[in-house]
Design a binder for this molecule. Structure first.
Ligand code: ADP
Ligand code: MG
Length: 396
């Protein structure tokens, strides 16, 4: 695969896959980190005299188009940041898009609506995905993959499309792979990983593999209640993945066998409902009321996690410790974030919400070794898995 910087793209139309999956509430972007991280490659392509068709996803729309998952606010934000017009196509395929694409001039940008509004993007049927990719390929002469946060997905715009066009990786993917490589090849020890967040089954699946690589594994956030339940504890109405209970029991055993320090919270902040005004109560992990849900790790747990994190020379963190979007349930995430800033070695924060969390809680990007745009993608990379989107770019 050629280096993007050396490719002549003057007058060419480039299909650029970005990761623009930012937190949005009521049409307002809460953290534009992933948008900003995508700009260098967009600017590079424009400076080469290409026209750029950008595709990206937002969230996990299940049944086609839905206003809450529209990329329209993102087109506007890219335009503001680049100080240039960003055209927006509400369709992903069909004549209307083909016309917009063919009238695109050198130096112009067109953003397509959420690529996941087409069920073919994420289809498990190879032929369905490939046919969709063929249609996307007709829009461009060259493909650039830069959506690191999606490279672990075997999706049409990530995996199938690059096979149909000459292609190269963008600078964000280049930077991400460089950092993660240093973590996988020879992490300085002790090596700690902190996991939390809400995508429980996705993340539980990576733990087994990490258990043979890390010295410390701290778990908070929504996934921790599956661990607590597996230990026979009452977890009230907290998030849980019942199908994973047996697997989690094995993981706890495997941590022991491997000599991994597995840190689980000893205190929890619970509330009667998932709401910013829900009254928080601090309880021991053995006393979660049946009618309440755990929304943050407690202060003792957070301090314990922090004290182990600062001893590590390499730390990777993915997934907030609690519902940081509600100030009453943000303190666990804040304490862990603070600890990462004190690591004397390399600290990496990965994940859309995790990156948003550290910024929302007042940290600067520069206080961390690296803020990765990938959550699941980074975790799977650290596991040593081959990622479809990197294979397609000849980086796997
Ligand atoms: P990332 O995007 O960094 O990979 P996730 O998307 O997995 O992280 O999870 C982030 C979300 O997890 C946040 O919106 C946060 O509110 C939620 N979360 C954290 N702890 C809990 C909890 N105990 N119960 C419910 N949701 C939680
Ligand atoms: Mg997320």
């Amino acid at each position: 695969m050629p280096e993007l910087s050396t490719v002549d793209l003057k007058g060419k139309r480039v299909f650029l896959r970005c990761d623009l999956n930012v937190p949005i509430k009521d049409g307002v972007i809460k953290d534009d980190g992933r948008i900003k991280a995508s700009l260098p490659t967009i600017q590079l392509l424009l400076s080469k005299g290409a026209s750029v068709v950008i595709a990206a996803h937002l969230g996990r729309p299940k049944n086609g188009p839905a206003a809450e998952f529209s990329l329209a606010p993102i087109a506007k934000r890219i335009g503001e940041l680049l100080k240039q017009e960003v055209k927006f196509s509400q369709e992903i395929t069909g004549n209307a898009v083909a016309e917009m694409v063919s009238s695109l001039k050198s130096g112009e940008i067109l953003l397509l609506e959420n690529i996941r509004f087409s069920s073919f993007e994420t289809s498990k049927d190879d032929v369905e995905r490939e046919n969709f990719a063929k249609e996307l390929a007709s829009y461009a002469d060259f493909y650039v993959g830069d959506g690191f946060g999606a490279v672990h997905r075997k999706h049409a715009s990530v995996f199938d499309l690059p096979k149909l066009l000459p292609h190269a990786a963008g600078s964000l993917i280049g930077a991400e792979v460089k950092v993660l490589k240093t973590l996988t090849e020879k992490p300085e020890r002790p090596y700690g990983v902190v996991l939390g967040g809400a995508k429980i089954s996705d993340k539980l699946a990576v733990i087994e593999n990490l258990l043979s690589k890390v010295d410390v594994l701290a778990i908070g956030g929504g996934m921790v209640f599956t661990f607590l339940k597996a230990q026979g504890k009452e977890i009230g109405t907290s998030l849980v993945e019942n199908e994973m209970l047996d697997i989690v029991k094995e993981l706890i055993e495997k941590a022991k066998e491997n000599g991994v320090l597995l840190l689980l919270p000893t205190d929890i902040i619970v509330a009667p409902s998932f709401s910013p005004d829900a009254v928080p109560t601090l309880v021991s992990v053995d006393q979660i009321p049946v009618d309440q849900m755990g929304l943050d790790i407690g202060p003792n747990s957070a301090e314990k996690f922090a004290s182990e994190i600062v001893k590590c020379k390499t730390v990777f963190w993915n997934g907030p410790m609690g519902v940081f979007e509600f100030p009453n349930f943000a303190s666990g995430t804040k304490t862990v974030g603070q600890a990462l800033t004190q690591v004397k070695g390399i600290s990496v924060v990965g994940g859309g919400d995790s990156a948003a969390a550290v910024r929302a809680l007042g940290f600067q990007d520069s206080q961390f070794g690296y803020i990765s745009t990938g959550g699941g993608a980074s975790l799977e990379y650290l596991e040593g898995k081959k990622l479809p989107g990197l294979i397609a770019l000849d980086l796997g």
